[in-house]
Design a protein around this ligand. Structure first.
Ligand code: 13P
Ligand code: SF4
Length: 357
């Protein structure tokens, strides 16, 4: 039963004490978040994984790429555990290392490999945190960097200082929204088409390109529309619309603000009582914020519930299981990034952690 599960988790956590730390992403359901020692966005969780160097095990209530990142940033002896191995991210799966390498070869053919007079290389690869460790490793190897939705602009600035242009993957929307806010014209952000590589894409566009966008997207954030924003404004004239930058560009343009899950959380916390918010992000976070701030009116832009189905795969039952196994001295569901990939992806992640606005 639920009650029994609750006590099993609390007992196991009590027995383990500081030997284990439970991290939870903002999109986790409340039944899981209540057991997290630290809740945050993906940038904060990466920092937390690095900071919890004393814990023997890090139980990561989130998705696979986040657990991989925790493994890369933590000490090799620390075990990172993903309570359900089926918790992936469909966006991260949209860029595989083979296709990215193929694209890279084509770009090298087009742009060459020589730096310009200012010492800037032809292309800097930038990967969104929502990607496999192999892609982060690719970026580490090729002078590139990782970004999250909370530091994408800082990271793109870093990249433009070192490169003439950027290859951004996997999320086209985060790439486009961020570069647009930085003043990059839309016609200088071509979408890479793997089925129509060089020659298929307009070469002139690629010559002028500042940001080459991969074709990935988030199926949760893709659902938000401008019509939903118009409806929210019609029904609540004083509404503040905040959306996640994984939303399509017209939605971000129609919103009042956009930002990471942490940005959204902080904006609501800082608002005067009686504010109205329409939020374009995952429902578990929106619902929790609505419960935590009854003095505000907070609702999700999409009235049809849209949870991230893979985040939802972390069930308290799995959490109880992995914790009890730890009590018994067994590590289950360990996420182990191969050593060679750790070395290269670490470089790209550390560049991100060191990049300053
Ligand atoms: P944050 O970086 O805002 O935590 O977002 C992660 C994510 O998966 C959004 O869909
Ligand atoms: Fe991936 Fe979208 Fe889920 Fe975030 S919300 S983990 S990008 S599928």
């Amino acid at each position: 039963s639920r009650d029994e599960l609750h006590h099993r988790i609390l007992d196991a956590k009590k027995t383990l004490g500081d030997r284990v730390v439970v991290l939870g992403h903002f999109y986790q359901r409340d039944e899981v978040v209540q057991y997290a020692d630290f809740v945050g966005d993906s940038f904060q969780l990466a920092n937390a994984a690095k900071a919890k160097a004393d814990a023997e095990a890090i139980v990561f209530c989130g998705v696979h790429f986040m657990a991989e990142t925790a493994d890369i940033l933590s000490r090799p002896e620390q075990a990172v555990i993903l309570p359900n191995l089926a918790a992936g991210c469909s966006m991260a799966d949209m860029a595989d290392i083979d296709s990215v390498e193929e694209c890279w070869e084509q770009l090298e053919e087009l742009y060459g490999t020589e730096p310009d007079a200012d010492g800037r290389v032809p292309v800097i690869p930038v990967t969104y945190m929502n990607s496999s460790a192999a892609l982060k490793g690719f970026c580490g190897e090729h002078g590139g960097i990782v970004c999250t939705s909370s530091n994408a602009e800082t990271v793109l600035t870093w990249a433009f200082e070192r490169g003439q242009r950027v290859l951004f993957f996997p999320d086209q929307h985060l790439g486009r929204n961020t570069a647009k806010a930085m003043g990059v014209p839309l016609d200088q952000m071509p979408l890479w088409n793997p089925r129509k590589p060089l020659g298929g894409t307009d070469e002139q566009t690629l010559t002028d390109a500042r940001v080459i966008l991969w074709h990935g997207f988030c199926s949760v954030h893709k659902r938000f529309t401008v019509a939903q924003i118009e409806k929210a404004r019609a029904e609540h004239p004083d509404v503040r619309v905040i959306v996640h930058p994984e939303c399509p560009m017209p939605v971000v343009d129609a919103a009042d603000e956009y930002g990471s899950t942490d940005y959204i959380t902080k904006a609501i916390a800082a608002a005067p009582a009686g504010s109205t918010f329409a939020i374009g992000t995952e429902i578990n976070l929106v619902q929790r914020l609505a419960n935590e701030y009854p003095q505000h009116t907070i609702f999700c832009l999409d009235s049809v519930v849209c949870p991230c189905s893979t985040m939802y795969r972390i069930h308290p039952g799995y959490l109880a299981w992995v914790l009890e196994e730890l009590v018994a001295g067994r590590v289950v569901n360990r996420i182990s990034v191969p050593e060679t990939v750790v070395a290269t992806s670490h470089i790209a992640l550390e560049r991100m952690l060191a990049a300053k606005p």
